[in-house]
Design a binder for this molecule. Structure first.
Ligand code: NAD
Ligand code: LMR
Length: 347
């Protein structure tokens, strides 16, 4: 049984994301939760002749049943930006929404992989982590390598809280492939850091073919990747932010987590915003670049049966990228402290 719960399933991201997840044979139960409209969305999706059973749950009274024993909880619940807003402007509303969903997950699905899409991701991931700590279900120091237990999602405490930054990687490969002429779907560009403006850090110097680009081209495409979300918010002109491309990216990430955990497929690497676990060599290396105060960062992560199997090193960065890192740190540390304090200090 592999149950996946989408929280915010009736929304702009939630609906197409649920449709994409419905196509996966790895999922046996797709559970759709929202405060509105999930019975209709679930009835609609349930007519598709793929493996998973679909259930719809609406309102707080049905949250326990929606989330109970899920292997993955994907959270695109909350309000999106309008033109002129920053992602941090969403904190006032979305922090409480994510906290309440994290409380339900901590109580009813404490070993689920948590895929956090709701903005501001830089702060909502620390919120989920602090809630899990309060409920004593946060334990990144899990046993690894125990083959008998490897596929049993319910028997391990896992390092499993992920900020979904996959859209930044998807955008980077689209925008850069336009410039260097590579096939976008196969071009993997590491994008590290956070998920807002200057905290988004594309590592273009690590990508073959970008040496052909001029300094101006590198600067322009870096800026476009960092502010790609604003491009969509502006074009939608008050009707929200990226939904379809986010659904694509969110499904890719969630299905890769399942592929690594349920199927045991190895060598799946995604950049994702995670806690920089001090025991991981890759986390230490990242901290040596950005400083000890940065507790969360999007880094290349090898996914495995335990969630974060290994944090990989961010690798070589050039002087231009070092400047981007320096510019990212103040905003990122502020966002992280704000998210953590929301739970630890009720602030
Ligand atoms: P939307 O308004 O279309 O949908 C949000 C859904 O959340 C709605 O159906 C709403 O009813 C539901 N919701 C509100 N409160 C809830 C609660 N307490 N419990 C469950 N569901 C609740 O918004 P959207 O365009 O789908 O965006 C959702 C979030 O995703 C926003 O915060 C947006 O900024 C973020 N986002 C993140 C990324 C990323 O890269 N991580 C990309 C795009 C959007
Ligand atoms: C994005 O990058 O598209 C999302 O974070 C939504 C937004 O507010 O830009």
């Amino acid at each position: 049984m592999v149950k996946v719960t989408v929280c915010g399933a009736a929304g702009g991201i939630g609906q197409p994301l649920s449709l994409l997840l419905k196509q996966s044979d790895l999922i046996t139960h797709l559970s759709l939760y929202d405060i509105v409209n999930t019975p209709g969305v679930a009835a609609d999706l349930s007519h598709i002749n793929t493996k998973s059973k679909v259930t719809g749950h609406v309102g707080a009274a049905q949250l326990e049943e929606a989330i109970k024993d899920s292997a993955i909880v994907v959270i695109p619940a909350g309000v999106p930006r309008k033109p002129g807003m920053t992602r941090d402007d969403l904190f006032k509303i979305n922090a409480g929404i994510v906290r309440d969903l994290a409380v339900a997950a901590a109580k009813f699905a404490p070993k689920a992989f948590m895929c956090i899409i709701s903005n501001p991701v830089n702060s909502t991931v620390p919120i989920v982590t602090e809630v899990f700590k309060q409920f004593n279900v946060y334990d990144p120091k899990r046993p690894v390598g125990d083959k008998d237990r490897v596929r049993d999602l319910q028997s391990l405490l896992l390092d499993r809280i992920f900020g979904v930054t996959t859209l930044d990687i998807v955008r980077a490969s689209t925008f850069v492939s336009d410039l260097i002429g590579a096939e976008a779907s196969t071009l993997r560009i590491p994008v590290v850091g956070g998920h807002s403006g200057v905290t988004i850090l594309p590592l273009l110097s690590q990508v073959a073919g970008t040496d052909k680009l001029t300094k101006e081209q590198i600067e322009q495409v870096t800026h476009r990747i960092q502010f790609g979300g604003d491009e969509v918010v502006k074009a939608k002109d008050g009707a929200g932010s990226a939904t379809l491309s986010m659904a694509f990216a969110g499904a890719r990430f969630a299905l890769n987590v399942l592929e690594a955990s349920v199927k045991g497929t190895s060598n799946i690497v995604e950049c994702t915003y995670v806690h920089l676990d001090a025991d991981q060599a890759g986390a230490k290396e990242t901290k040596s670049v950005v400083g000890d105060k940065v507790e969360y960062f999007s880094v290349p992560v090898e996914l495995g049966p335990n969630g974060v199997q290994k944090i990989l090193p961010i690798g070589q960065i050039n002087d231009y990228e070092k400047g981007l890192f320096a510019a990212a740190v103040p905003e990122l540390t502020g966002n992280i402290s704000k998210g953590s304090a929301f739970i630890t200090e009720g602030a």
